[in-house]
Every structure is written in C-alpha cells, then in structure tokens.
Write a protein that binds this ligand. Structure first.
Ligand code: C2O
Ligand code: CU
Length: 516
C-alpha cells in the first residue's frame, strides 16, 4: 500500500504539471479507454454516490439563517470492507452542505469538540477579515486553555483566540457559486482537512434561477479527495511528528504533498451514480491535499465535448464553454453540465483522471439508466459579467514566485524565496483597485487568494485556455507562469494567499496581504 502511495506521489509532481502546460485544447479526445481497471479493487464503482445532507438552520429570524455545526470525530465507510476514523463537521466527511441565498446573511457557529485547535475558512467567500478564518484565529477545543505559543501567535491573527466555539458571519453579497468551507489551522491545515474537515457552501441567486439549469436531483456536488488507507481502514498521513504537536510532513512528502491512491467522491471510494439520460449539473470541487486531476469522460459522448462549463470558482460564466477534458487542482471548482442523453441507456461512463497513476486514474462512474423527461437545457448565454473587462498592460504591478525546486532538492516551499512570516505584510493592495500580477511556479502550484477574485490574462506567456474563463480564486500555475488581473473589492484588512497544496501552505508557501 505504502510503496504504491509513494510511487503515485512521486509521479504526480512533474507529469501532472507538464500535462497542464500542453493540455487542454491541443490534446485529442480522451486517452484510449483501455486503462487497466484490474488495478482497482473488485468493489470499485459498487457503492452509490452519497450526497451530503443540506444543513437546516436553527433559526431564520430577522432575515438571518443561523446554523450550528459541531466539529467532532466520527467513523464512516470510505471503503466497503472497513470503517475509517475521521474528523468531520457534525462528524461527517464531507460536512453538511450549507445553502445560502445571495444577499441573505448566514451565521455559522462552530463548536470544537476535536482534540486540536481548528479554524474555519469559507473558500471563495468575500468575507471580512475577522470572519474569514485567518490561520492564527484558532478555535480551541471545548474546555482547553491556550498555551503561551498560541497566545503569542494570536496577536498576529485578526479575530483572536476563541474558547470552544466561534460564530462566523457571512453576508453572501456575491453571485451564485460553489464555495466550500474547510479547516485552516496554521501549519496543520493539511492533516486536518485530510481527516475530513471540508464541506460545500452553495450560494444561489435569482439570475441563476432564471436559467433552465438542472435542479434538485440533477444538481450534484462532487467533492473529490484522494486518501491513503491502511488495510484496517485507517487514514495514513505522513506527519513528521506522530504525536501531532509539531507540524510538517516527513521529508519524502515535502515536495509532492500528501497524495494517496484511493480516490473518494463525497466521502466514498470510487462510487457510482445512476443517472437519467438527461442534462445534469455537476459541481466539481478538488478538495484533495495535493493531487491535481485531469478529468475525462470514458467513453466520451458521440461527437465529443462532453463537458459544458457554466461556472468557474466564484460564479457563472457569461456563456458556456465546451471541451473534452479539464484540469482541476486542489481548491478549484468547475461548474459543469453533462448531457447524459447523448449516451444510450445502459452505458457506463467512467470519470477518469488521465494524469493519475494506477488506481488514481479512476474517480467514479455514471450509469445511464433510462430515458426521462428533461426540462433543463444548456443556455446560450448565462449571466453577463457586470464588472469591466480585465485589461492587460506592458508590465506587472506585482510579481510572485512560488518555488519548491527539484524533487531531490532541499529547498522548502517558499513565496518570493521567503518562508511565511506571520509578522511580515507581503503586499498592501488598495481596496477597489485592480492589479496585474505575474506569477511563476517551480514546478507547478495551485495558488489561492483569500477575499479577492481574479481573471486569467495569460498562461505560459500565451493566451488563456478555454477552461480559464470567468472569475477565480484558485489557479494551477504552470511552470511557464501566469498573468492574472486581481480585483480587490470587498473588505479592507489582513488576509492570506498561499499554495493550496496544503503541505506546501503548511510548511511556508503562504504570504500576508493587507487590503488598505
Ligand atoms: Cu481553501 Cu486559504 O484556502
Ligand atoms: Cu505548492
């Protein structure tokens, strides 16, 4: 198990990156559907895809939806022949889905019954700094006292330490989108998300409702996360300190981050979903610690272009974009329509990761069961972009280098050749401004900005790929670099930007941003 895990992990860092550079439009249709399924356990594609429960508010008084979540340990069946101890929101992995309405405030009170401090970040949310989940704004376990280090560090956070619970307020003053919430504890985000602390947060609005998109049971969130399971079902994580007191991973994982050979969707390894021969909305989220995927439908529908992208990380696109395959790196979301009526009933369609080695090359399966009535269709136009078009310019306003160097090297993951320093502000953009950023990566890194959203101007020095459309909060920066236009609307204050390879973020690939 472990040996395979390492092989997969080592294979990931470079080939996946190279694939992105040349991927997208230049490659032909999905690789031959010959991938050896014999690598998979016999039970693969035998468990139905679970859909995370939608959380019910404890109160809706005063036009505010109030929720309560208990962070606690749980056990669940990730593989059919064992149970796995997890950390979960309400004890489940993924956590319950929160459905919000644009403009209607939500307050989520999290109570920490876990044996470690936690932090909740709403990824993609335009949230004031005190509610954003700064990595130093710890929520201590119920009954625990802060130690001297936590107290000292909290001075460099935003909201201070919380004893046992914290209420996070979200205004939802942003368009309909697929956001997610996850743990963000300083230096321990990797192990804590890995144990299961992640869930969906969907914002809906009138503009989206006016479109004839698939709804209800045909609007499916897919949280993809790879894990390494021991034969007894327990989660393997390469913590440098098995007692969990000191952060970091063992040396072999410094460069790659934690990648496992079992691919889970909504908390189950290689599930299947029975679908009608109809249009579906699939909201893809890569919640893996470190693994990027290049997803294809196998077989592709007759005529190709099986994926119709309607939304990016933080909202619907002006018009749909069609393609055969797409790369999704940790933290990113792709909102897709897939028309299963293009397949004959009875077809089994495997969602494959064609940059994954062995078992990591398979994600889940759709079984097209029957013809069915369908009122949804692919809209020609979606939601117009109200914000001005991003303009390119001769030089950048800011440059960022995300460097972790060669696999065999000893360099830690750094931003602009510096490790994260909680006392240093790395950039002070002005509220309301748009800045042009040039980002370079060695080898490749998924870069995420809190609060601010951006558009992609250039990839590898050339034009963007079709899948680069729309507003984003996370982007997989190839080794040839990327130019983005970041718009700082929302709030003043301190936020972080970092690599969403969680092991990289935990060990130094993070910077402080103060919007002034
Ligand atoms: Cu999804 Cu700072 O993270
Ligand atoms: Cu990285």
């Amino acid at each position: 198990m472990l040996r395979w895990g390492l092989a997969g992990t080592l294979g990931l860092a470079l080939p996946a990156g190279t694939a992105v550079v040349s991927g997208g439009r230049s490659r032909g249709p999905a690789a031959a559907p010959s991938a050896a399924e014999d690598a998979l356990p016999t039970w693969a594609f035998g468990t139905p895809l679970p859909i995370p429960a939608v959380l019910r508010p404890v109160s809706t008084e005063g036009g505010v939806d109030r929720y309560e979540i208990v962070q606690r340990e749980g056990r669940q069946r990730i593989v059919p022949d064992a149970t796995t101890a997890i950390w979960g929101y309400d004890g489940t992995f993924p956590g319950p889905t929160i459905e919000a309405r644009r403009g209607r405030p939500v307050v989520v009170t999290h109570r920490n019954e876990l044996p470690a401090p936690t932090v909740v970040h709403l990824h993609g949310g335009v949230v004031p700094p005190q509610d954003d989940g700064h990595p130093l704004d710890l929520v201590l376990p119920v009954g625990a006292q802060a130690d001297a280090v936590q107290t000292e560090h909290a001075r460099h956070g935003v909201a201070g330490l919380a004893a046992g619970s914290r209420a996070y307020a979200y205004a939802n003053d942003q368009p309909a989108a697929t956001l997610w919430y996850h743990d963000h504890r300083m230096a321990f985000t990797g192990p804590q998300v890995y144990r299961g602390l992640a869930g969906f947060y969907l914002i809906r609005d009138d503009a989206e409702d006016a479109l004839a998109l698939p709804r209800g049971e045909r609007d499916i969130p897919l949280l993809i996360a790879d894990r390494q399971l021991a034969p007894d079902g327990s989660l393997f994580y390469p913590a440098a300190d098995p007692t969990g007191r000191r952060p970091g991973v063992t040396e072999r994982y410094h460069h790659s981050g934690m990648a496992g050979e079992t691919v889970t969707v909504n908390g189950v390894a290689w599930p299947f979903l029975e679908v009608d021969a109809a249009l579906y909305r699939l909201r893809f989220l890569n919640a893996s610690n470190a693994r990027p995927y290049r997803l294809v439908l196998d077989p592709p529908p007759p005529g190709g272009n099986g994926f119709v992208q309607i939304g990016s990380d933080v909202g619907l696109l002006p018009r749909p974009v069609r393609y055969e395959m797409f790369v999704i790196s940790p933290g990113e979301r792709y909102d897709m329509l897939v028309d299963f009526s293009r397949y004959q009933p009875g077809t089994r369609v495997t969602l494959r990761n064609n940059v994954g080695d062995g078992t990591a090359g398979h994600v889940m399966r759709f079984v097209v069961a029957r013809r069915a009535r369908d009122d949804a269709r692919v809209p020609e136009t979606l939601v117009p972009d109200a914000r001005p078009p991003a303009k390119d310019q001769p030089g950048a306003d800011r440059r960022w280098a995300f460097f972790s160097g060669p696999q065999e090297g000893t360099a830690p993951p750094m931003v602009n050749f510096q490790l994260y320093d909680m006392t240093r502000i790395d950039a002070r953009p002005t509220l309301g401004s748009t800045e042009i950023w040039d980002i370079t990566a060695d080898p490749t890194h998924p870069i995420h900005l809190h609060m601010a959203h951006f558009r992609i101007l250039r990839r590898n020095g050339g034009p963007p790929e079709p899948q680069d459309a729309g507003w984003k909060d996370t982007v997989f920066v190839p080794s040839g670099g990327m130019r983005i236009a970041v718009t700082f609307t929302g709030h003043r204050g301190r936020y972080v930007l970092h690599c969403h390879n969680l092991e990289h973020g935990d060990t130094g690939m993070m910077a402080n941003l103060e919007v002034t």
